[in-house]
Design a binder for this molecule. Structure first.
Ligand code: PEP
Ligand code: MG
Length: 327
């Protein structure tokens, strides 16, 4: 089976009816970049930058972040690398910022991700400078985690402009044009204003791990509520559908980069909902590609509509599993 899967490395991810699906990699550590290129990922759809801040007592400098990120951009050899700003807080804590989190009663609803970055402008600007400088090594995109308001996006845009001007003034190599800016759609409130957010940014990345958690109020790491953590819940499907439609109308790309993007059980559903970009752990790329090769996108869209018409989660799951078995 592994050999058979490996034979797919060089094949394009195209459905039976000739729809090309872009399969990119989620990357958490520098060494993942090599695996991603070996498996012929289209690019990096999500570079999680938290690893640079974990397991240490101090904060990484701009230089250090630049060295690490530019190495990863180099390793991807001209493929687009989507670099996400820091997503600390919630389940991801860095010792150097530990004090910031000590008093938070509700970490998932507190000072997490972009909220922390906006509260610590020096931290944000050092990271943006490192990202922009890495962009001199190859094509990059900038991705913001846990956005809930348009104001957050505008504040980051101003910081990006300021940082770009400062680097240029100092003759530090940066890209000729500002890299595309996108947001994670991972909070229901963001999904429900996707039409407005689409006018502010160049792309969306739907983070279903958190979107499911926040929509259903079920902690993604809590076993005792795992039975409620359901990516097939009608509310989640509706939020994804609304987000995809807003992106299509605004003509901006939209990807899914949560764990379900790397699970072939969900591929038909996501393609059926109109998703053409999936980003996943590198080791999932070939299994998802194999599913795409057997898929008919029109039939998948019809099945997704049937699933959206249901509210019973058992029935929705049965519709998906039946479709996957060729029914
Ligand atoms: C997500 O929430 O789906 C996501 C991709 O981000 P993370 O898992 O890093 O929170
Ligand atoms: Mg997330």
């Amino acid at each position: 089976d592994r050999k058979q899967l490996h034979a797919l490395v060089g094949l394009p991810a195209r459905t039976r009816d000739d729809v090309t699906i872009t399969l990119s990699a989620n990357i958490e550590l520098p060494r993942d970049a090599q695996v991603a290129t070996d498996l012929n990922a289209a690019g990096v759809g999500l570079l999680r930058t938290e690893f640079m801040f974990m397991n240490r007592d101090d904060l990484p400098t701009e230089e250090e972040q630049y060295a690490t990120l530019s190495g990863m951009v180099d390793a991807m050899a001209g493929k687009v690398v989507t670099i996400r700003t820091l997503d600390l807080g919630g389940d991801k804590i860095a010792a150097a910022l530990g004090g910031r989190f000590a008093e938070i009663a509700n970490p998932a609803l507190g000072l997490r991700a972009i909220r922390l970055s906006l509260k610590e402008p020096k931290l944000l600007e050092a990271q943006l400078a490192a990202i922009l400088r890495a962009g001199a090594h190859g094509p990059i995109r900038v991705l913001l985690p846990m956005i809930t308001t348009i104001g957050e996006i505008r504040t980051v845009k101003a910081a990006l402009d300021r940082t770009m001007r400062r680097l240029r003034r100092r003759k530090v190599p940066v890209p000729a044009a500002m890299p595309p800016l996108g947001v994670m759609i991972e909070v229901p409130g963001a999904a429900l204003i996707a039409d407005a957010l689409a006018r502010e940014v160049d792309f969306f990345a739907i983070g279903t791990n958190d979107l499911v958690m926040y929509t259903l109020a079920a902690d993604r790491g809590d076993e005792s509520v795992a039975h409620l953590y359901d990516p097939l819940h009608t509310s989640v499907l509706r939020l994804v559908q609304f987000t995809v439609e807003a992106a299509l109308r605004a003509r901006i790309p939209v990807s899914v980069c949560g764990e379900i993007a790397g699970d072939p059980r969900f591929t038909a559903l996501l393609v059926g909902l109109g998703i053409r970009d999936l980003s996943m752990a590198p080791l999932r790329l070939l299994e998802v590609k194999r599913r795409i090769l057997t898929l008919d996108s029109v039939a998948a869209a019809r099945r997704a509509r049937m699933m959206l018409d249901q509210t019973d989660s058992g029935r929705i799951a049965a519709l998906l599993d039946d479709f996957n078995e060729g029914g």
